[in-house]
Design a binder for this molecule. Structure first.
Ligand SMILES: [Zn+2]
Length: 132
């Protein structure tokens, strides 16, 4: 039930697709590299030749990363303040650096997952259907 065709005639589990996205692998073969840098997509997969022109995650990964980072940083800051009451300069160092590091760690993986899911579900822009 959790399996769907990749468009190449084989079925892969959803977890495998998400894992490939987290690792920055090709959404079709799960072996080739998706990125050609930190967040720049490679033109195509060097293993299976899949063209990455279809991939457009848009603002999706940034939204997820902002929400998750905000939840973690604000929640941790509140808990530490309630239990330990550290000086404000320590809050600024701790949460300021975490708010910078966490998005850098998460963004690449989230972008990979959204592109892998886009490929899996064949998501693309809507098109007008003409009478032809
Ligand atoms: Zn591939």
């Amino acid at each position: 039930m959790n399996e769907e065709s990749t468009g190449q005639g084989r079925h892969v589990p959803l977890g495998s697709t998400i894992w490939a996205g987290l690792l920055g692998r090709c959404p079709a073969c799960h072996k080739g590299k998706l990125y050609d840098g930190y967040l720049t997509l490679a033109p195509r997969c060097k293993v299976c030749g899949l063209d990455y022109d279809f991939a457009d995650a848009g603002d999706g990964p940034a939204v997820f990363v902002i929400l998750i980072t905000g939840f973690i940083v604000v929640g941790a800051a509140l808990l530490i303040e309630v239990f330990y009451q550290p000086p404000y300069w320590l809050h600024a160092i701790l949460w300021g650096s975490l708010a910078l590091i966490l998005p850098l760690l998460l963004l690449r993986s989230f972008k990979g997952v959204l592109i892998a899911l886009q490929f899996r579900h064949k998501a693309e822009e809507g098109k007008l259907v003409t009478g032809d």
